[in-house]
Design a protein around this ligand. Structure first.
Ligand code: G6Q
Length: 552
C-alpha cells in the first residue's frame, strides 16, 4: 500500500473557481441558443470551430453547442486547473498516479529510440525498445513459419488470453487493422471466465497449430489464470500429455516473471512491461504482441509512430488548437454545463467495430471516480457513460433516441475518406450517411417544415425534430496503423485533460476491487461442501437457488 501522497498545492474546489462560475453564467445566458441560429449568425463558424491535427486528421466541432466565447472560457478553466503543469509532469515521469505511487508513462511506449525518459533515475526508453525488438523477432518467426509447434507444424491460430486492459486493446486493434493482417493465421481473444468463450474460440483449432499469448500484468487475474490453465490442459491433451509442449505453444506478457515461471512458461518466452503502464493504456506495449504478430513489426511501429505524433501534438500545440484539449473541453461543457450523461462514439468504419467497447474502459475506468486527488467527494459530475456501435447499423437501432428522445446524447462521429475495401459506391453511401446524421441532429426539422411538406397536423409533432443535438466529426484520410495510433492517443489524452480538470486520479481503478473480493468469498460457498454462507438475505437466497440448480 503506498504512503499517503505529499499534499499537492491546495486547489480551490472546481466549482468555486471564478472560471467555472463564468462558464455557469455564460451557460445561463446562451444555452437557449439553437445551432440553427448559431450557424446563421456566424458564417465563419465551421472554419473557426474546426482544427487540423497530425496525419491529416480533421476535427469539426462547429456542431457542438459552443461559440468562440465558450471555448475561450473553457480554455481559461483548463489553465486555472493547471493543465500545462500536469502535462509536463506526466511526460517527465512524475508519479502522478498518487494512489498507486506510480508514474504514468504510456507516452514512453512510443517514444523514439533517441529520446530519454527517466523513472526513478533510469532511462526507460532503451528498455522499451529492447522489448520491441524481441517482440519483432518473435512476431517475424511466427509469421514466416520459422517458429514450429511441438509436432513441427507451423502456427495457424494465435489466441490471446487476457481480460480488461490485457484484452480490449489487442482485440480492438486486431479488428481495426484486419486489412493489414496476415490472412494465413487466425487471431482470437479469450477473456471471459465463462468457459463458453474458451470452448467456442478453440472449437476448430488444432492444438498442434495453436499458440496462446497469456497477457496479464499481474499474472494473478482470476479469469486469465483460469483460462490459461484450461488452455494448458487443452494443449497437453491434444499433444499427448508431453509437458515440454508448453514451451512451443505458450508465451507470456507480464510484469511478474516469478508468477510466469510458476505457471510453467519459460521466462525466455516472456515479454515484459512495467508498472508505470496502466492496463488500459498498454495496448502499445508487449500487451500488443498479438497485434504485432497480426500486422507485422513494421506496421506495428507505424502505429507507434502515429501515437507519438499525437503525443507531440498534445504536448506542444497551444491549447486552442490542440485536438485532445478541445475534445475534452467540449465533452466537459456537454457533461457539466448542458447536463449530458452519456457520450455516443459512432465510427463509420466497420473495422472499428470494437472501438467504443475499448473506449468504455479507457474513459469510464479512468474517469469514473467520485473523489478528487485529495480524497474529497466531487461536487460535479465526472465521466459520462460511453457507448456506441459502428454506423450505419446504429441508425436502424438506437439513433431514434438520439434524434427524438428526452436525454441529450452528444456524439463523436469518426469517418475516413478513403475506403479499405473500395467496392462500388459503398463508401459514398457510408459517408453521406454520417454527414446526414450530424446535419439532422444539429438542425432538426421544425413543425412548420413538417407541415409545409403536407403532413397532417396530428402527425406533424411525431415527425418534427428539435435538432440542437451536439456532435463532433473526426474526418481522417484513411484508417492506417498510424491513424489508429493517432486516434487512440487522441482519446487517451482527452481522458487525461478531463481528469485533470475534474481533479481526479485517472490512473487507478479501486472501484473494481470490492466485487473481486466478494467473489472470492462466494466461490467456495457455491459448492455444497462449505458451511452455510452468511450474506444478506437476497444473496443467500440466490446462492441457495444456484446450489439447488446444480443439485448441491
Ligand atoms: C486496466 C485495469 C484492468 C486490468 C485487468 C487485467 O487499466 O488495470 O482492466 O487490465 O484487470 O489485469 P492483468 O493484466 O493484471 O491480468
Amino acid at each position: 500500500m503506498p504512503n499517503a501522497p505529499a499534499p499537492s498545492p491546495v486547489r480551490q474546489s472546481l466549482t468555486d473557481l471564478p472560471e467555472w462560475k463564468a462558464l455557469q453564467s455564460h451557460c445561463a445566458q446562451t444555452s437557449h441558443e439553437h445551432l440553427r441560429e448559431m450557424f446563421k449568425n456566424d458564417p465563419t463558424r465551421a472554419r473557426s470551430l474546426s482544427t487540423d491535427g497530425p496525419g491529416g486528421m480533421f476535427m469539426d466541432y462547429s456542431k457542438q453547442r459552443v461559440t468562440s466565447q465558450t471555448m475561450d472560457l473553457l480554455l481559461s478553466l483548463c489553465e486555472a486547473c493547471g493543465l500545462r503543469a500536469r502535462i509536463d509532469a506526466m511526460f517527465r515521469g512524475d508519479k502522478i498516479n498518487v494512489t498507486e505511487d506510480r508514474a504514468v508513462l504510456h507516452v514512453a511506449l512510443r517514444a523514439p529510440r533517441t529520446s530519454r525518459i527517466m523513472v526513478d533515475g533510469i532511462d526507460v526508453v532503451p528498455e522499451v525498445h529492447q522489448v520491441l525488438d524481441r517482440m519483432s523477432t518473435f512476431a517475424d518467426s511466427i509469421r514466416s513459419g520459422a517458429w514450429k509447434g511441438h509436432t513441427g507444424k507451423r502456427i495457424r491460430h494465435v489466441i490471446n488470453i487476457g481480460i480488461g486492459g490485457s484484452d480490449l486493446g489487442p482485440a480492438m486493434a486486431y479488428d481495426a487493422l484486419t486489412a493489414y493482417s496476415a490472412r494465413d493465421i487466425s487471431f482470437r481473444f479469450v477473456s471471459n471466465v465463462d468457459a463458453t468463450d474458451f470452448a467456442e474460440k478453440t472449437r476448430d483449432c488444432d492444438p498442434a497449430e495453436t499458440l496462446f499469448i497469456v497477457c496479464s500484468k499481474t499474472f494473478t487475474t482470476l479469469e486469465t489464470m483460469t483460462n490459461a490453465s484450461t488452455a494448458r490442459e487443452w494443449t497437453l491433451k491434444g499433444l499427448g500429455g508431453d509437458a515440454t509442449a508448453v514451451a512451443k505453444h505458450f508465451v507470456a506478457v507480464s510484469t511478474n516473471a516469478q508468477k510466469v515461471k510458476a505457471f510453467g512458461i519459460d521466462t525466455a518466452n516472456m515479454f515484459g512491461f512495467w508498472d508505470w503502464i496502466g492496463g488500459r493504456y498498454s495496448m502499445d506495449s508487449a500487451i500488443g504482441l498479438s497485434t504485432m504478430v497480426a500486422v507485422g513489426p513494421s506496421a506495428f511501429r507505424e502505429m507507434l509512430g502515429g501515437f507519438h505524433e499525437m503525443d507531440e501534438h498534445f504536448r506542444t500545440t497551444p491549447f486552442a488548437k490542440n485536438l485532445p484539449v478541445i475534445m475534452a473541453l467540449v465533452g466537459l461543457w456537454n457533461s457539466n454545463f448542458l447536463g449530458a450523461q452519456t457520450l455516443a462514439v459512432l465510427p463509420y468504419d466497420q473495422y472499428l467495430d470494437r472501438f467504443s467497447a475499448y473506449l468504455q474502459q479507457l474513459e469510464m475506468e479512468s474517469n469514473g471516480k467520485h473523489v478528487t486527488l485529495d480524497g474529497t467527494r466531487v461536487k460535479w459530475s465526472t465521466c459520462p457513460a460511453v457507448w456506441g456501435q459502428p454506423g450505419t447499423n446504429g441508425q436502424h437501432a438506437f439513433y431514434q433516441m438520439i434524434h427524438q428522445g428526452t436525454p441529450l446524447v452528444p456524439c463523436d462521429f469518426i469517418a475516413f475518406c478513403e475506403p479499405l475495401n473500395p467496392i462500388g459506391t459503398h463508401q459514398d453511401l457510408l459517408i453521406a450517411n454520417v454527414l446526414a446524421q450530424a446535419e439532422a441532429l444539429a438542425f432538426g426539422k421544425t413543425l412548420e417544415e413538417v407541415e409545409a411538406e403536407g403532413s397532417a397536423q396530428w402527425l406533424a409533432p411525431h415527425r418534427q425534430f428539435d435538432g440542437n443535438r451536439p456532435s463532433t466529426m473526426i474526418l481522417a484520410p484513411k484508417l492506417t496503423p498510424a491513424m489508429l495510433g493517432r486516434l487512440i492517443a487522441l482519446y487517451e489524452h482527452k481522458v487525461f485533460v478531463q481528469g485533470t480538470i475534474w481533479g481526479i486520479n485517472s490512473f487507478d481503478q479501486w472501484g473494481v476491487e470490492l466485487g473481486k473480493v466478494l467473489a472470492q468469498r462466494i466461490i467456495p460457498e457455491l459448492s455444497g461442501s462449505t458451511p452455510k454462507p452468511a450474506h444478506d438475505s437476497s444473496t443467500q437466497q440466490l446462492i441457495g437457488r444456484y446450489r439447488a440448480g446444480r443439485r448441491r
